[in-house]
Write a protein that binds this ligand. Structure first.
Ligand code: C2E
Ligand code: SIN
Ligand code: SIN
Ligand code: FE
Ligand code: FE
Length: 389
């Protein structure tokens, strides 16, 4: 890419990033575009949480190519201190860029070291690494982006150039603005859910984050299987991630005596509880907004059943929105897996058995199929958002 192309690329990306509203979908996209601009085999984004850097998103073409089609790499979440003992920590604390030709040959006196454990486990050789702080101009560092193993035209691993470093620095600045907006949106949504639905100081939004993240994975798998176009999939994932978080927001209107009853609901109480679907749907009134439309449909249809025996309107089969069919599976998987005021957590094998048993009656078989295909990712999501004790 020449200088003019690079400039155009930065401008194109800033428009594209600002159109993505969900923070996780955005981070994934930022990493993908950064890697593509400097032809990097792999990359990682860390986000800042107080004094810690949280390992947030990672991509690796080489490791991905070793997996069967459609499978995803699973990464374990971890956090590191923001200090000068690690490469990402150094960049976050000093605000400097590090462009390292080979992380196995760091100067002995540099202070930071490279942890080879990941490479060993994954059978991967990390070599060149460019690490840049995510921040807008002189504002605080909100994270770190790391691109790994630059490739030449023939796929040989080479060093990142000074031009790459300059480009990624501008890129990081643009990305940071979009990140701040998306993070604000997520925070506001969680706050709204917290106030509306749970009224419980211990709740941190883990349930809604899990249900939403599961739904996105199930949807992607389902959509890829049907050959739906990548652009459409990505746009829907962005809206779904946020809309699915609000599936139960209608519980705002349900009294605490019913919502928090530590026992089975009576018939009449359950009839009241069922209204959380229509009450939720009615909160999203802007018919011109795609977000409102999908959030409304999900709130309305996430308790409908494939065979028409659900509530509140009892459509069946394809007449139920696919987003409702997906959130239904994600919600029940999560409800059964976790403790509720009215029930204990189930063992995973019992949960999966129950989902299989309900396939074709309660659940859409194709959605359940997609669910089982992404079960490893679903398990890793449940570890990422644990319930508070
Ligand atoms: P939720 O806790 O988020 O549960 C969502 C859905 O997961 C339930 O929808 C149901 O389909 C499934 N589910 C949860 N627990 C079980 C279980 O032990 N066995 C089976 N087979 N499925 C289960 P559903 O039934 O329409 O309930 C909607 C909401 O109503 C629940 O949301 C919960 O907030 C409330 N609710 C339902 N039953 C009770 C109850 O007995 N006591 C209390 N306090 N609340 C209940
Ligand atoms: C729910 O809103 O589905 C129940 C919240 C919980 O207690 O986890
Ligand atoms: C599983 O049970 O782990 C998934 C396989 C299946 O679809 O039965
Ligand atoms: Fe519900
Ligand atoms: Fe729920």
């Amino acid at each position: 890419m020449n200088e003019r192309d690079k400039l155009n690329e930065i401008i194109r990306l800033s428009t594209e990033f600002s159109s993505i509203k969900d923070i996780d979908i955005l981070l994934e996209r930022i990493l993908l575009e950064a890697r593509s601009c400097v032809n990097a085999d792999a990359g990682t984004i860390y986000t800042r949480e107080g004094d810690l850097l949280h390992f947030s998103h990672a991509q690796n073409d080489t490791l991905q190519s070793r997996l069967p089609e459609g499978e995803k790499l699973i990464y374990k979440d971890f956090s590191i201190m923001i200090d000068e003992s690690s490469i990402a920590g150094y960049v976050a604390s000093t605000g400097e860029i590090l462009n390292i030709p080979d992380v196995y040959k760091l100067p002995a006196d540099c202070g930071y070291y490279f942890d080879v454990e990941f490479d060993k486990k994954a059978n991967y050789r990390t070599r060149s690494m460019l690490t840049v702080p995510l921040r807008y101009e002189t504002e605080d560092v909100i994270g770190v982006i790391q691109v790994i193993n630059a490739k030449d035209e023939t796929g040989n691993i080479i060093e990142f150039t000074d031009g790459d470093a300059l480009f990624i620095r501008h890129f990081a600045s643009t990305a940071s603005i979009a990140m701040k907006n998306a993070r604000m949106t997520r925070t506001l949504l969680l706050r709204m859910i917290h106030m509306a639905e749970l009224r419980d100081p211990k709740e941190t939004g883990a349930h809604v984050n899990r249900v939403a993240a599961y739904s996105v994975e199930i949807y992607e798998r389902w959509a890829l299987e049907r050959g739906i176009d990548r652009k459409e999939i990505d746009a829907n994932r962005d809206v779904l991630r946020m809309a699915a978080m609000l599936h139960d927001v209608g519980k705002v209107a349900i009294s605490d005596t019913i919502l928090k009853k530590p026992a089975k609901l009576t018939h009449d109480e359950f009839e009241v509880m069922k209204q959380h679907t229509t009450l939720g749907a009615n909160l999203f009134v802007n018919k011109e907004s795609r977000f409102d439309t999908i959030a409304s449909v999900i709130a309305l249809s996430h308790h409908e059943n494939w065979d028409g025996t659900g509530y509140p309107l009892h459509p069946k089969g394809d007449d139920i929105s696919v987003f409702g069919r997906i959130v239904a599976v994600a919600d029940v998987y999560d409800a059964l897996s976790c403790k509720r005021v009215y029930k204990d957590a189930w063992k995973e094998e019992d949960v999966l058995e129950e989902i299989r048993k309900l396939t074709g009656t309660k659940f859409d078989p194709e959605v359940v199929d997609a669910f089982f295909k992404c079960l490893p990712v679903i398990r890793s999501i449940s570890e990422k958002y644990p319930d508070p004790n």
